[in-house]
Design a protein around this ligand. Structure first.
Ligand code: SF4
Ligand code: SF4
Length: 98
């Protein structure tokens, strides 16, 4: 039987795996965060992921505070309609995993 901490770790991995790395929550479709990078497969990643929860600048020089996707999922932002977490909230019974 699994212990509680490995259960939580597995759940966190499962949750993170939902993200298709479209970059929309980091401004990929309008004014991206300076830490948003693209890999060879065309997927986005954050170059400061472990220290992301703080103030950053966008490419145009705007300052904003990076927050967890759970904090913005009920707000409006460009590309949200295709975010896997938003889609899962809308239709939790559908498997949106890659
Ligand atoms: S710092 Fe935040 S907004 Fe910027 S790329 Fe990383 S996760 Fe996205
Ligand atoms: S918008 Fe959603 S699916 Fe796209 S990178 Fe952000 S969390 Fe992942």
């Amino acid at each position: 039987m699994k212990d509680y901490s490995s259960y939580i770790t597995d759940k966190e991995k499962e949750h993170e795996a939902l993200c298709k790395r479209c970059g929309a929550c980091c401004g990929a479709l309008n004014d991206p965060c300076i830490h948003l990078q693209k890999d060879k497969q065309g997927k986005y990643f954050c170059d400061t992921y472990d220290n992301r929860t703080r103030e950053h600048n966008t490419i145009s020089g705007e300052t904003f505070r990076c927050v967890d996707i759970r904090s913005i999922i009920y707000k409006e932002w460009k590309g949200k309609e295709n975010c896997e977490y938003f889609l899962k909230l809308k239709e939790p019974s559908i498997d949106h995993s890659p």
